[in-house]
Ligand binder design. Structure first.
Ligand code: PLP
Length: 422
């Protein structure tokens, strides 16, 4: 098998698995327990938190473990909205991941209601949930006082140009006094196109609007430093940088408002209820530590191979076209339109050749819909149904790239002949 779909998910690093093993076997306690067998795991979780924080230049206290980036994205947007109950406008882009877009679309459908808690006295929770809210956090106060909503949310989905780039003047124009939060990703999962997050964060800050950044595809591929990028919220997920699936993180800037999406126990300093999955957290921590260590070499390793793959396909297969900016793009990703060939047919032939690639986000792979990202970039062409994304990794070899180029060429020739006969 030649795996060229690392933007969908990555294999667990042996070092991460090894670090996890004790917590899957002998050290299976609950970190919230009072006795040593469980309580000693608190330190283990904090070590991993430090490792994840270091990957993004954050203070460990500002990192919350979640179940995945979908949860982190939902939690960040929800927290920003709760902190600004009278502001009913969200700005995002047409090319965000479905975990942002579908949440925004669901919010647009909300009818709006006033829901102050009436009558019933809440039970007294042991160890006083909400008492330990971090300093300066909006805490869980929004829930305690009831959320007063006033009509549905309005969402602006910013367009991108044919190269997948955002026009910052559009962002400036979209922000109004009604805007509660801007959610714009760092790197696009389908094309790898990079948004100018530093400028976006500055614009949001100067306009007094909260900024959430989905940095899922950037982690381990480009330097992330929240000291340089003044985002209020930043989402990560472990399985894109060789940690297991089912573990994510949300960075929340110290003075930015936050209230939980998942209410429960007092875990994560009352910011995310639910017993911590120590093995997954440890796996994410170890993978984050290694991602940081290997970051200086990452581009040097993957860019030449990605370019060979890209040039091999574009140079030898007629009617192919790159989707996404030539340089403002992750070094591991190439997204190519094969004009006249349906993505799904090509992917099936490639699968038979042992090559794993995709036609967009893995989260939408089972839907018959064309790529919303390519559609936003090139609405006037059939490109959104005729594209394939290849995403490589530092472990990808030149031999694999050569075999892949040959297989893609062979498969494209077969399909071109079928199309010309029909
Ligand atoms: N955001 C982006 C840009 C992604 O690529 C993905 C996963 O494909 C997600 C969010 C969702 O991550 P998770 O699978 O951890 O929910």
């Amino acid at each position: 098998m030649i795996y060229l779909d690392h933007n969908a998910t990555t294999p667990i690093l042996p070092e991460a698995l090894e670090a996890m093993m004790p917590y899957l076997t002998t050290e299976w306690g609950n970190p919230s327990s009072a006795y040593k067998f469980g309580a000693k795991l608190k330190a283990v979780v904090e070590t991993a938190r430090g490792q994840v924080a270091e990957l993004i230049g954050a203070h460990p206290m500002d990192v919350i473990f979640t179940s995945c980036a979908t949860e982190s994205n939902n939690a960040a947007i929800a927290a920003a909205l709760k902190a600004n109950p009278t502001k009913r406008h969200i700005v995002t882009s047409q090319v965000e991941h479905s975990s942002v877009l579908n949440y925004c679309m669901a919010l647009e459908k909300e009818t709006g209601s006033t829901t102050p808690a009436q009558g019933a006295t809440p039970p007294q929770l042991r160890r006083g949930a909400f008492k330990n809210s971090p300093p300066d956090s909006g805490g869980a106060g929004a829930l305690a006082t009831g959320v007063v909503t006033a009509g549905p949310y309005r969402v602006t989905y910013l367009p991108v140009d044919r190269e997948g780039l955002l026009n910052l003047a559009d962002l400036e124009a979209a922000i109004t006094d009604e805007t509660a939060v801007v959610s714009l990703m760092w790197a696009n999962n389908e094309t790898g196109v990079l948004f100018p997050v530093e400028r976006i964060a500055e614009i949001c800050r100067s306009r007094g609007v909260l900024y959430h950044c989905d940095a899922v595809q950037a982690a381990g591929k480009v330097e992330i430093d929240v000291r340089k990028i003044p985002a209020d919220y930043l989402s990560l997920t472990g399985h894109k940088f060789h940690a297991p699936k089912g573990i994510g993180a949300l960075y929340v800037r110290r003075k930015s408002p936050f209230s939980p999406l998942v209410y429960g126990g007092h875990q994560e300093r009352n910011r995310r209820g639910g017993t911590e999955s120590v093995p997954l957290i440890v796996g994410m921590g170890k993978a984050a530590q290694l991602a940081r260590k290997h970051l200086p070499d990452y581009e040097k390793k993957v860019r030449p191979l990605r370019d060979e793959l890209e040039e091999g396909i574009l140079g030898s297969i007629p009617n192919t076209e790159l989707n996404g900016h030539k340089t403002l793009r992750l070094a591991n990703t190439t997204n190519i339109t094969f004009h006249g060939i349906e993505s799904e047919a090509l992917l099936i032939l490639l699968d038979k050749e042992g090559i794993c690639a995709s036609s967009g986000s893995a989260c939408l792979a089972d839907s018959a819909e064309p790529s919303h990202v390519i559609k936003a970039m090139k609405p006037d062409t059939g490109a959104s149904r005729q594209m394939v994304r290849f995403s490589i990794d530092a472990a990808t070899t030149r031999e694999q790239i050569n075999l892949a180029v040959t297989a893609v060429r062979r498969s494209a020739e077969v399909l071109t002949q079928v199309v010309s006969r029909s």
